[in-house]
Design a binder for this molecule. Structure first.
Ligand SMILES: *Cc1c(COP(=O)(O)O)cnc(C)c1O
Length: 378
């Protein structure tokens, strides 16, 4: 199976028995709350930077344990604007992971800087022990990604950053609510970036993102940068994009925030059940002691990944490879960016994400586990 067909939905038969993710809202109470929130915005009419933006930012800052949150248009905006706020630009290097969604690398490149890729560990996250060797006089920031919903080793990352006076931008797009020794994802680095696109565990109903920080001047700068780089809404100080969060999304996110903990718990239960049923058959996700995993994805590893995926597809079980391209293998970057990342190179041929959303029924979960077991002749 070629890379391009890996996530091709046309391969899923019509009688899909287990969807990877079903975004339709079946909970009538939740739906009513969301609609009421939208109606309130329609009544006051402040669709851009309305009062719910401020409420949402305060709620996210409080949840994560930071002083400030700035709502932006998407996780991609969050990353792009964060690096911009730090003054990352031409000639600068940013240390990051080769295994992520391409928005992470794009944010670096679009600011004119150069990504420097460090290999991953068994948890699929940036191997923090390899970062120091990649630091050069040009290193301006470290951009770790809390991949699959489990945090990187932030303790080690911050130690290196502090030693060299380098900023840290956490890409916590997949890890809202994740923790390392009680500290929440996004709240440890200089800036923490989240996406609330509909795929994420804490999701909006369209594009949405947020940046958190304890630094008031960075928060202020981000407010300007999300609004064409203007000060007092009219005078542009720094050329920038329109990257504001919609009031309607913020209003709906405030409703969703109340449900995040329950979703994470539900995903934890599914992960525990998969662990029990799949142990010894496939490579299970590495769960680190002292970390709270939020299970954005339940990512297993298999030396026969493509065959396993095809087998499950034939049974009507939808799976995904997140993500099939390492950063330096994307068409835009092939031949332009280099990386010596043997562990990531092998991981990318083995990773497979099983359905693990919070509405997955026991029956569906059993079908998935049974599929994996049958593939292995058990
Ligand atoms: C989803 C995601 C992003 C981008 O977020 P959008 O809101 O889709 O722009 C960035 N980084 C990672 C790791 C992601 O998973």
């Amino acid at each position: 199976m070629g890379l391009s067909t890996l996530n091709d939905r046309s391969r899923i038969p019509h009688d899909v028995r287990v969807r990877f993710l079903d975004l339709s809202i079946r909970d009538a109470n939740y739906k009513a709350q969301l609609l009421a929130a939208v109606e309130r915005v329609m009544d006051h009419g402040r669709f851009i930077l309305g009062p719910e933006i401020d409420q949402f930012e305060k709620a996210v800052a409080a949840y994560c344990g930071r002083r400030f949150a700035v709502g932006v248009g998407s996780g991609s905006d969050a990353l792009f604007l964060s690096l911009r706020a730090l003054g990352v630009g031409a000639g600068d290097e940013v240390i990051t992971t080769p295994l992520t969604w391409v928005a992470t690398t794009n944010a670096i490149v679009l600011n004119g800087a150069t990504p420097v890729f460090v290999d991953i560990g068994d948890d699929l996250n940036l191997d923090a022990g390899l970062i120091e060797a990649a630091v050069t006089p040009r290193t301006k920031a470290i951009l770790p990604v809390h991949f699959t919903g489990q945090m990187c080793d932030m303790k080690t990352i911050m130690a290196v950053a502090d030693r060299y006076g380098i900023a840290v931008v956490e890409d916590a797009a997949q890890a809202f609510g994740a923790e390392q020794n009680g500290r929440r994802a996004g709240s440890i680095g200089t800036l923490g970036c989240f996406s609330m696109n509909p795929m994420k565990v804490f999701n909006a109903f369209g594009e949405a993102g947020v940046v958190i920080t304890d630094d008031s001047s960075l928060a202020e700068k981000l407010c300007s940068l999300r609004y064409a780089g203007t000060v007092n809404k009219e005078d542009c100080h720094w050329p920038s994009i329109n990257g504001r969060l919609d009031t309607i999304q913020a209003a709906m996110l405030l409703v969703g925030l109340e449900r995040v903990e329950a979703k994470i718990e539900a995903r934890n239960r599914i992960a525990a059940a998969y662990k029990q049923r799949l142990a010894g058959l496939v490579g299970l996700p590495v769960e680190k002691l002292g970390f709270r995993h939020t299970w954005y994805s339940y990512t297993i590893r298999s030396g026969r990944r493509d065959a396993l995926k095809a087998f499950l597809t034939d049974r009507g079980i939808e799976t995904k490879v997140q993500h099939p391209f390492l950063m330096h293998r994307h068409t835009a970057y092939a031949g332009r960016l280099e990386a010596k990342v043997p562990k990531a190179e092998s991981a990318v041929t083995e990773i497979l994400c099983l359905p693990n959303h919070q509405d997955l029924t026991d029956k569906e979960m059993h079908l998935v586990a049974e599929g994996v077991r049958d593939f292995h002749g058990r």
